[in-house]
Design a protein around this ligand. Sequence first.
Ligand code: FNR
Length: 382
Amino acid sequence: NEIYLQGLAGTVPPFTTDPEGLAESARQRLGPGPYWYVAGAAGSGATARANREAFDGWRIVPRMLTGASQRHLGVTVLGTEMPAPVLLAPIGVQSILHPDGELATARAAAELGVPFVLSTASSHTVEEVAEAAGDGPRWFQLYRPNEPEVCASILDRARKAGFSTLVVTLDTWTLAWRPHDLDHAYLPFIRGIGTATPFSDPVFRAGLSAPPEEDLTEAVLRWVQMFTGTDHRWEDLPFLREHWDGPIVLKGVLHPDDALRAADAGMDGVVVSNHGGRQVDGAVAALDALPDVVDAVAGRMEVLFDSGVRGGADVLKALALGARAVLLGRPYAYGLAHGGQQGVRHVLRSLLADFDLTLGLSGHRSPAELGRDALRAAPGRW
Ligand code: FNR
């Protein structure tokens, strides 16, 4: 309605949120380094493509005469109330895309009450982002640093800054072979260190002989040492439990046995995700992995989903296959590149409106009504 009314007054939306158009117009705005930082994937891009194909492999079977003109989209996940089953995925170093970076994203998310998952690799400190988020719900994503005291310090600061749920990313203990980033020699990423500090905890900078902007080499080396090359194991989880008194969710789970193990370890949830196809080229599409994980955990913990969500129908399909909520990645990063806070807001509102309409038109009044019977495999898919 709002769009029709604005159209009558001659005002059109600030930019397209059609997924391909959105990426293309972000490409025209950003230089190739920043653009490919977002758009790029691991290796040949097979996993990123598979993520999308998996959505095309399911078709919605709309139901009629169900009284779906009144809908309630809200859900509560791990104690966080959200206006719809959608969160903003952690995306690192957002100052590469807009000077306001994570502050803009946090403000846009808070305006709509949508939880923002802040990356460890934030360009702004957790305290600054918390202030920008105000009363908005916020979760914190952990890339586990090698030094336990640094890890404890990050968790302590995130908790004190009001981040309620911890999302521990398992699939990126080192960066994958990403041809586009390699072609640009990680330049936008590294320059991010100069303009704002990607790893916000001051501990990352302790011991540097000069501030990061003056000694890039040292800053980059320290960052690499801090986050890569160390084994991560199931035995590490009690440490996290000890240092975090809120819910803990493991992100990057694709195998049902790993999900079971997470449940056995007392974790509160998993995010079925292949990091948007950015880690293992040729990995299973995240949506294809979802039903087995949902069946394996059998309600013992929350199952969230990301990788490939681009529109309302995608949200609906992931929920119908058993996800409690989805995380949105690249599209909001493009929105940020377009117009900071307003850009993220426009992308997010468009997705929520699309989901709301798709849910209703397919005959459902709330996310809770969605089940596998809402879908049918596309012909020839299975
Ligand atoms: C990411 N992702 C990510 N994940 C994470 O746990 N910590 C991080 O810092 C980042 N950084 C990051 C940067 C960029 C540019 C992208 C595109 C992605 C992964 C992200 O949280 C999510 O899993 C995917 O983006 C989901 O896939 P789609 O929606 O982008 O297809």
